[in-house]
Ligand binder design. Structure first.
Ligand code: DLZ
Length: 210
């Protein structure tokens, strides 16, 4: 990636991420980019010390559904562990009456992020991940605007930090680069890593501020 003035500065404070519970809620549109971003987020969360058991992943159809799902994940935090699992990019089962299973959900990893489960909160932070790519209609503008405002509202209304992991790209290449999948000589940087860092910092600070 070319050197420049953009991007977050490093935080000097070291946070103990081991007790944190973080929910990743991701859209399924633009799967290749989404998968890389979710994997990058999980990898960095684990590097920062968040336990596998502290990471819950849930998918929704598209970015427009993210604010509602984040809100419900936070509100449904009391739902107990042990619920059945579903694929990362597969069926949606939270809020359904799917019977609880004694089979543990697969462990999350960069190569196997198949860990969607029922809400198992309370969550210290939620990371909303979506990839919006501009098309030929106004759809993009409406979804970008409503989703960004609504995600802000969810965190202010609930007091649980919601990280804005929504790419609003004008081209496919812009989206790929921001997931570290650029096809030019610069592959770009996986923004999921930054979102993981933001989640750990905001979750930890929220505990101190409360
Ligand atoms: C409809 C739509 C379009 C055109 N583009 C995207 C996109 O680029 N990224 C994304 O996450 N979702 C897209 N969607 C789907 C909407 O977010 C939403 O799922 C549907 O309108 C149903 O509410």
């Amino acid at each position: 990636m070319s050197e420049g003035i953009k991007g977050p500065d490093y935080v000097q404070t070291k946070f103990d991420a081991s007790p944190l519970r973080v929910a990743i809620v991701h859209a399924r549109w633009n799967k290749v980019v989404i998968e890389a971003l979710v994997n990058g987020t999980i990898k960095r969360l684990k590097e920062l010390g968040v336990k596998e058991s502290g990471i819950v992943v849930q998918s929704v159809p598209g970015s427009y559904e993210l604010p509602f799902a984040c809100s419900k994940m936070i509100a449904g935090s009391h739902v107990q562990a042990g619920a059945s699992a579903t694929d990362l990019l597969g069926g949606l089962n939270f809020g359904s009456s799917t019977p609880r299973s004694s089979t543990p959900a697969p462990a999350p990893s960069a190569s196997n992020p198949v860990i969607a489960t029922m809400p198992q909160g309370p969550f210290d932070a939620v990371i909303a991940i979506g990839v919006l790519i501009k098309g030929s209609t106004m759809h993009f503008e409406y979804i970008c605007e409503s989703v960004s405002h609504a995600l802000m509202r969810v965190q202010l209304d609930t007091g649980v930090p919601v990280v804005f992991g929504v790419l609003t790209a004008l081209t496919d290449e812009q989206a790929l680069e921001r997931a570290g999948l650029g096809t030019g000589k610069d592959k770009g940087h996986n923004h999921g890593e930054d979102w993981a860092e933001a989640a750990v910092e905001m979750a930890s600070r929220t505990k101190l501020w409360s």
